[in-house]
Design a binder for this molecule. Structure first.
Ligand SMILES: [Zn+2]
Length: 109
């Protein structure tokens, strides 16, 4: 069984948090807070019960984050998410539906 989708999501999280840290926080090297967030998010993905079957965005891993980590990830996503379209259009397009669901989820909070 491959973990393609999970591995890809891990990469995207690292890219997005890295982008946020560089552009929004103006850090040259990723700060320890952001590194912690990436490690946390990647660990959640490793323990995701849906694994590569995680096609239902409603059941996105963001729901299983601790509240403070969820807040941090929301900040990163709301900054980096829309910008991904310009910076990494191929990644953004493949994940278009995930972002759509995510922003809907965010509004519902
Ligand atoms: Zn940072």
């Amino acid at each position: 069984m491959s973990h393609g989708r999970i591995e890809e999501e891990k990469n995207i999280i690292a890219i997005m948090v890295g982008y946020y840290c560089r552009k929004k926080e103006k850090n040259q090297i990723i700060c320890s807070d952001c590194r912690e967030l990436i490690e946390y998010a990647q660990a959640r993905l490793d323990h995701c019960p849906f694994g590569d079957e995680k096609t239902a965005c409603k059941k996105c891993s963001i729901h299983c984050y601790k509240p403070d980590m969820r807040e941090r990830m929301k900040k990163v996503m709301s900054y980096a998410g829309p910008r991904m379209l310009f910076v990494f259009p191929s990644i953004a397009l493949r994940h278009y539906f995930c972002f759509t669901c995510f922003f809907r989820f965010r509004k519902a909070q």
